[in-house]
Design a protein around this ligand. Sequence first.
Ligand SMILES: COc1ccc(C[C@H]2SC(=S)NC2=O)c(OC)c1
Ligand SMILES: [Zn+2]
Length: 261
Amino acid sequence: AACTHRNRNDALHPLWQSPLTIPGGTRQSPINIQWRDSVYDPVLKPLKISYDPTTCLHIWNNGYSFLVEFDDSTDRSVIVGGPLENQYRLKQFHFHWGAINEWGSEHTVDSKFYPAELHLVHWNAVVYPTFEEAVMEGNGLAVIGVFLKLGAHHEGLQTLVDALPAVKHKDAVIEFDVFDPSCLIPSCPDYWTYAGSLTTPPLTESVTWIIKKKPIEVDENQLEAFRMLLFTSDGEEEKRMVDNFRPLQPLMNRTVRSSFQ
Ligand SMILES: COc1ccc(C[C@H]2SC(=S)NC2=O)c(OC)c1
Ligand SMILES: [Zn+2]
């Protein structure tokens, strides 16, 4: 079902009024990760994650997803190592999800969709003066992708879920002042990495993707809480915020590397 869902009118998908592809794009995201085609790279280091929970600022509904934004004016919440040459600063995290549990993730593994996918967005503040400039550069961003699968209740996610009714409508924002997003990242160190892009406009090819092999488990109520958010502003005709993921893009001349054998 998911595959027909994706093929039917992808270009007309509500989220993609703008052109689906960028002219000359050679490293677009998301992609299908074919496990057996990924290449183990022994040179890849473990990813080092150090987040300061007090850098958390607020949650807001931007009309595409809900974002938790961080104070990225200093190096208090950073990642380093893995495939990265520099240290990258945490700017925000957000999710992508489906209307039903059969699909929702942006990346797939051996053509399997997960019900949702978490993106933790970081930028290269060592080389670039601002996030906006980093967004335009090949080594500007590093995004950690974490798959969500249906299973046990996730305690750490619940604090976030409890705040969602307050940001039901587009442009709603609430203060969210202490949260450590490392509780959303599996302890298993294994990941895939490849060179890709933003998955929404401007679709710039500036992302080093780090996709965790292990998903986190969340329960049905927690996924349903995502689905009660709205794409629309207060007062407009309600459109549920679901299926906010981009269709799969061609791998082209890329290799997906794995940190594990
Ligand atoms: C202008 O710069 C932007 C615009 C949009 C997003 C969010 C997109 S990109 C991604 S990964 N997932 C998403 O939903 C950015 O995130 C880095 C950066
Ligand atoms: Zn995303």
